[in-house]
Design a protein around this ligand. Structure first.
Ligand code: DX5
Ligand code: ZN
Length: 231
């Protein structure tokens, strides 16, 4: 059975060498990464700081890949326009950061970018009920926001399955945290199609081979008898 849509690999620059960012981006672009995942943190929502608008602007100048901005910040509505203007092609906010998700989805959509909503590991699938039909992408966190290199949380797999069953064929289901070839098989079996990988890619001895290995693992995840993603 073929997947409901292509599998996409999204290297997360959080684990890249920031002193050689252009070079690292070219490397994953040549290795046929599908997106570049940009982790934006403000030290409030996530217990870490990363990078902001000027860096995203520079990144946009050196790649054609879609920039997948993952806003782990307390006030996504305030900064979304700035990231869109800087060149983000998709903006994902955390459901935990807003009481008015419908308005936020509309606001981000009006910026002309793809809209995503992310859920922390302990946030239930039902938390996005009001907006699930209106977003382009749902991001299920399989680690706590803040750092690369954390261990994949198995208890989130059930939520991937649940959300997969609620999405249409045109909506993406992204998984972020602890993704490697082994966990890739499991999340793809559960219905994920967009795989964020930070340390697995950038700390690999040979990042292009790791991207290829993730793709192979994803194909195996799709192919597992009885575990095909729901159509
Ligand atoms: C964590 C970030 C992730 C992180 C993933 O807050 O959202 O995107 O870069 O890193 P790995 O793939 O190393 O778990
Ligand atoms: Zn992320």
């Amino acid at each position: 059975m073929s997947p409901r849509k292509p599998i996409r690999i999204a290297p997360s620059l959080l684990s890249a060498d920031f002193a050689r960012l252009g070079e690292q981006i070219r490397m994953v672009e040549e290795a046929r990464a599908d997106l570049l995942h940009l982790d934006i943190m403000d030290g409030h929502f996530a217990p870490n700081l990363s990078f902001g608008v000027p860096v995203v602007k520079s990144i946009a100048r050196c790649t054609k890949l879609l920039l997948d901005a993952h806003l782990m910040i307390t006030d996504p509505g305030r900064y979304a326009p700035k990231f869109a203007e800087a060149g983000a092609g998709g903006i994902t906010f955390h459901i935990e950061t807003t009481e008015q998700p419908r308005e936020l989805v509309r606001q981000i959509r009006d910026l002309g970018v793809q809209v995503g909503v992310a859920l922390n590991p302990d946030t239930p699938a039902d938390a996005i009920d009001d907006i699930i039909a209106d977003v382009d992408l749902v991001l299920v966190m399989t680690v706590w926001p803040g750092f690369g290199g954390q261990r994949f949380m198995d208890e989130c797999v059930k939520k991937i399955e649940t959300i997969s069953g609620r999405l249409s064929k045109t909506q993406w289901l992204e998984v972020d945290g602890g993704i490697n070839p082994e966990t890739t098989r499991r999340v793809v079996s559960a219905g994920a199609d967009t795989l964020v990988a930070g340390s697995a890619v950038f700390h690999a001895e040979d990042p292009p081979s790791m991207i290829a290995a993730l793709r192979r693992a994803a194909a195996e995840g799709i192919g597992r008898p009885g575990m095909e993603p729901k159509l």
